[in-house]
Design a binder for this molecule. Structure first.
Ligand code: MEV
Length: 435
């Protein structure tokens, strides 16, 4: 029977663990040891992690890997990736190497505007609200000046504030729809602080200057950032698409482009296609201490912007030139948040040459495009399982607690044999039976 508890967050870490173990693990003598196994022996570092969130009882490790040989706008990068999926870093590295020899990735930041909204209701006349808004618009800027000062010095700030009439969608519903430039910060705190001040200003001014009732429902940034957009592209002569000896470059290009077109028109495929892109994107977003949930939400909304969920990438063959590209919205920061707190995040950013947010947008987009290239290359030639299962082999061997000697023999065996779960089980059993 599971219990509830009051005041859990006030308990010490070890008391929290005692309660968890007593309540849920009375039959598991290892539970406490497993939780404590992941504590860091450096107590200051552990405390840092404990204090990231409430009720930390241990750390959750993800592999932190690197994909070298990325050539982006003529500069070479080794890209840090935090991800658990076996084949992602290997695929990124392979795609990086492939394009390194073909001119590398070309990227461009198209725009960097972010959006925040104050959602409110008003029961009066919309034209009266409009003229009230125009009359107090400058007050929104004045009242937020202490919040925006340092952002303005860095070149950012509030770009515009509009009043939007949404009463056709929902009775009495209006918005203050504001746009922001947040420079190297992801900007969530900055935007939300501005919006909450806008809401206060709106209510205060309305008390004396507006007839009718204003009711602020909420003030929050939008994670939909279609005007914070980055483009990444690769291109080469079709005859240079010479990776797989079993398929001519022309046939490969045709099949590859067909695969992209399928993802453009077929949502079931588009979701998986884009998931592969997010394998690359999330891994770098996470390694650099950014908010991958915000990125995911924004990217998928962008993929549906035309009314049907569709591919984020596109490809064409024109006059013998193969081109593969993607434009995606990415709200990222290289200052604030975890970026100056988490030692691995700091290291990741240092490895990337301490990029600006704009540079990081380009690097992350490249990781996504590379990942999609690697996935489509496998899918349209050998199939995904060959490479995927090769990388997954080690996980299966670890499930069977294979010794280093057994691993050596089995890895060598599966260099020339197809990996499947049952094939690995058979081979390991045979090996053990013979010893
Ligand atoms: C697996 O994590 C990602 C893929 O399914 C992506 C795709 O199908 O394009 C391989």
């Amino acid at each position: 029977m599971h219990k509830t508890i009051t005041g859990f967050s006030k308990l010490s870490k070890s008391k929290k663990i005692d309660w968890i173990v007593d309540t849920y693990f009375s039959n598991n003598a290892n539970a406490k040891t497993i939780l404590k196994q992941y504590w860091n022996s450096d107590s200051k570092l552990q405390q840092l992690h404990d204090e990231f969130i409430e009720n930390t009882i241990t750390n959750y490790y993800l592999p932190f890997g690197v994909a070298p040989n990325f050539l982006i706008n003529g500069q070479t990068y080794t890209i840090p990736m935090a991800i658990e999926e076996s084949s992602v870093v290997a695929a990124a590295s392979k795609a990086a190497k492939f394009w390194f020899d073909r001119g590398g990735f070309k990227t461009e930041v198209i725009s960097t505007t972010k959006i925040g909204q104050v959602h409110f209701t008003y029961d009066g006349n919309s034209e009266v609200l409009e003229s009230f808004f125009n009359g107090i618009k400058s007050k929104f800027y004045e009242d937020t000046s202490s919040i925006t000062n340092s952002m303005v010095k860095r070149g950012g700030g509030i770009l515009d504030i509009e009043l939007k009439n949404k009463t056709e969608s929902l009775d009495n519903y209006y918005q203050l729809h504001a746009s922001f430039e947040t420079m190297d910060a992801m900007g969530a705190n900055f935007i939300n602080s501005c919006l909450e001040q806008f809401a206060t200003t709106l209510k205060t001014e309305a008390q004396t200057k507006l007839q009718g009732n204003i009711n602020v429902v909420m003030s929050i940034l939008s994670n939909y950032v279609p005007n914070c957009l980055v483009r990444a592209e690769v291109s080469c002569k079709v005859e240079d698409l010479t990776e797989n000896p079993n398929i001519s470059p022309e046939a490969f290009a045709e099949k590859f482009i067909q695969a992209v077109k399928i993802a453009e028109v077929e949502p079931y495929r588009a979701v998986t296609h884009n998931k592969g892109i997010m394998n690359g994107i999330d891994a770098v977003v996470l390694a650099t201490g950014n908010d991958f949930r915000a990125v995911e939400a924004g990217v998928h909304a962008y993929a549906s912007r035309k009314g049907t969920y569709s591919s984020l990438t596109h490809a064409e063959l024109n006059n013998g030139l193969f081109k593969f590209w993607m434009e995606i919205p990415l709200a990222l920061g290289t200052v604030g948040g975890l970026t100056s707190l988490h030692p691995l995040v700091k290291l990741a950013l240092e490895m990337l040459g301490k990029p600006s947010a704009k540079e990081l947008m380009q690097i992350v987009a490249v990781a996504g495009l590379a990942q999609n290239f690697a996935a489509l290359r496998s899918l349209t030639t050998t199939g995904i399982q060959e490479g995927h299962m090769k990388m997954h082999l080690m996980n299966i061997l670890n499930q069977f607690e294979a010794t280093s000697e057994e691993k050596k023999i089995l890895v060598s065996h599966f260099k020339t044999n197809a990996v499947s779960h049952s094939a690995v089980v058979d081979t390991i059993n045979k090996l053990r039976a013979n010893n």
